[in-house]
Write a protein that binds this ligand. Structure first.
Ligand SMILES: Cc1ncc(COP(=O)(O)O)c(C=O)c1O
Length: 394
């Protein structure tokens, strides 16, 4: 029903079930990017001519839309970046750098592990990792133990695991984080496209978002920063458009959010991102969640019927991604055969090698759904999977 809104599906015969890697874009997003380059391509926040003013207005309209989308309090709490990876690197090299201890979870994407290593931290040397339980759920007891032993820490946790779809109870994580005088950054790469987020209700301090995982253009992200922390957040990079006044003696920065957005931004991408958010607002995230839930359980039940399957995320609160293996078959071999059948999934470690190592596996096959997928897509995938298994077992 929704595929007609996405030009990719008109032009491709692929059964696309790799939405955790990136999502397809509705035609409004593509048209807006083309419109910008075709009709009013100009820089933002600099020149004062008609096209430049239009570009600036549309750029700022995305900030306003995103503010409302996540229920932030002020527009200036939204800082544009290149994506979640840049948000995490920005905080790791500024605000979070001063903390003695960084606490992450076992289910983090490499983007929330390597920035901490770059600062010379490693396990038990400035970096602590919250365990997961047998069913991959967050171990709250262990989390509280870590916080008790390390008050005034910086906690950085993913909202939804990209490898397994497991969803963390961020509200409870925020409550405990603040109880121990610590700060919370949440990686929202895999949550924003799937359910309604309210940063005030969750009480997060920082929320890192990605446009391309949310039906918008690539190379765009945004960091939500709680207003009272904006004063404490050091500038990450400087240059054009971050400065109020410069002499050879000194630079006086602009106020937030501009002092955090150095150089010419991905204007077309930011403007296009608004169209993705408008599109989602139109369908409503409630509907998105409903459609995806139904697909998720259909997929789960179909997978359960397959002989020798090992399913990893049997938790009630999983979203988007479903991971599994077939005993004695390499996940990447299945991925290659599915690709030959024009079925796009991801096989391998999903940029989450530490949890794969903990589980003693090289990787998994990950099927990740979006609301435009259908039961028919899942039927095609299951049929392809059975064929691949047959070929590899012979
Ligand atoms: C959980 C998670 N965090 C971070 C990232 C990196 O996001 P971005 O591509 O916006 O830098 C990804 C991308 O796969 C992800 O799934």
């Amino acid at each position: 029903m929704y595929k007609k809104d996405f030009p990719f599906f008109e032009n491709s015969s692929v059964t696309y079930l790799d939405n955790a890697a990136t999502t397809q874009k509705p035609k409004e997003v593509i048209n807006k990017v083309v419109d910008y380059y075709t009709h009013f391509c100009s820089n933002t926040h600099r020149s004062n001519h008609g096209d430049a003013n239009k570009a600036t207005k549309e750029f700022e309209a995305t900030r306003e839309t995103l503010k409302t989308f996540i229920n932030a309090t002020y527009t200036k709490e939204i800082i544009f970046t290149k994506g979640v990876s840049e948000c995490l690197n920005m905080l790791a090299s500024t605000f979070a750098k001063e903390f003695k201890t960084i606490i992450i979870s076992s289910l983090e994407h490499h983007s929330n592990i390597t920035p901490w290593h770059m600062q010379g931290r490693s396990l038990h040397k400035g970096l602590e990792v919250v365990n997961v339980k047998q069913n991959l759920e967050f171990d709250f007891e262990h989390f509280e133990e870590l916080l008790k032993a390390n008050p005034n820490s910086f906690v950085s946790i993913t909202h939804v695991s990209n490898a397994f779809g497991v969803t963390h109870d961020i509200k409870e994580i925020a409550r405990l984080t603040h109880k121990y005088d610590s700060y919370l950054l949440v990686d929202a790469a895999q949550s924003l496209a799937h359910f309604k987020v309210d940063v005030q209700d969750l009480d997060v301090d920082f929320y890192a978002m990605s446009s391309h995982k949310t039906f918008g253009p690539t190379g765009v992200g945004a960091l939500y920063v709680k207003k009272e922390l904006l004063e404490k957040l050091p500038v990450y990079q400087t240059g054009g458009a971050t400065i109020n006044d410069v002499s050879f003696e000194r630079s006086i920065m602009l106020d937030a959010p501009y002092k955090y957005e150095a150089g010419t931004q991905n204007i077309a991408g930011v403007i296009g991102f608004k169209k993705a958010l408008d599109y989602l607002n139109n369908i409503t995230l409630k509907k998105v969640h409903e459609v995806e839930n139904e697909l998720y359980y259909y997929l789960h039940n179909e997978l359960k019927k397959i002989e020798d399957i090992v399913l990893y995320n049997n938790t009630k609160n999983a979203i988007g991604s479903k991971s599994f293996n077939i005993k004695n078959i390499n996940s990447e071999d299945i991925g290659i055969l599915l690709d030959k059948m024009h079925i796009a999934v991801r096989a391998g470690h999903h940029c989450a090698q530490p949890i794969m190592k903990k589980l003693n596996i090289d990787g998994t096959i990950r099927v990740s759904i979006a609301f435009y997928n259908t039961k028919e897509d899942i039927d095609i995938f299951i049929k392809g999977l059975k064929k691949a298994i047959m070929m590899l077992k012979d």
